[in-house]
Design a protein around this ligand. Structure first.
Ligand SMILES: [Zn+2]
Length: 198
């Protein structure tokens, strides 16, 4: 897995075993394509290497460039339960940026969570997507076969209140799916303890 950080957000990439092209997980801030491209250079890649993308959730620091990815011909996946979150994000972006161009939703590839493993395998990427709808109702996490878990803005277990069952369920789901090294969007990666002290 590759990643770089810009403007406080980590952007992640997985390389296809079929053709070496990249799957981007999360897609930066709106209107920052050049800055994002500079970030890609730091990991030895460029924009043309991105063939596929999906986002952990539709907030503007994670999906701001999806519109431009679609325009550039990147195959952008969206999970069924994420569709409803796009409009709210774009309304917020448009308030501050009149030049923002809306995502052409007809070009998004809508998939079910249960189909994610199969769909990713078809493009040479091994791992699975799980719903961790805590930070937002559309939030997901991606876990590679090596146990790397990209968890978006899921709050850390260490900050969990004892009665927060929803957050505990989300972390249980990540453990159950083999997540061991956790990659948050706005913090450094860390090793997950085998089980949360209850
Ligand atoms: Zn965020």
């Amino acid at each position: 897995m590759l990643y770089f950080k810009y403007r406080s957000t980590n952007c992640f990439f997985l390389r296809s075993s079929l053709n070496g092209q990249l799957l981007a997980i999360d897609a930066g801030w709106p209107g920052t394509l050049y800055e994002y491209a500079r970030g890609m250079k730091t990991i030895g890649c460029n924009l043309d290497n991105i063939a596929w993308a999906f986002v952990t959730h539709f907030h503007m620091d994670h999906a701001g460039l999806i519109s431009e990815f679609v325009t550039r011909g990147v195959k952008c996946f969206v999970f069924e339960h994420q569709l409803g979150a796009i409009d709210a994000m774009e309304k917020t972006i448009e308030k501050n940026d009149k030049g923002y161009r809306l995502i052409d939703k007809t070009k998004l590839h809508v998939i079910k969570i249960q189909e994610s493993r199969e769909m990713l395998e078809e493009v040479g990427i091994r791992g699975q997507v799980v719903v961790t709808a805590y930070h937002s109702s559309d939030s997901i996490s991606f876990i590679t076969e090596q146990g790397e878990a990209i968890v978006g803005d899921l709050p850390l277990e260490a900050q969990m209140m004892p009665d927060d069952h929803r957050l505990r369920e989300a972390w249980d789901e990540i453990r159950k799916s083999g997540g061991r090294t956790i990659y948050p969007s706005h913090a450094a990666s860390f090793e997950l303890v085998a089980s949360y002290p209850r």
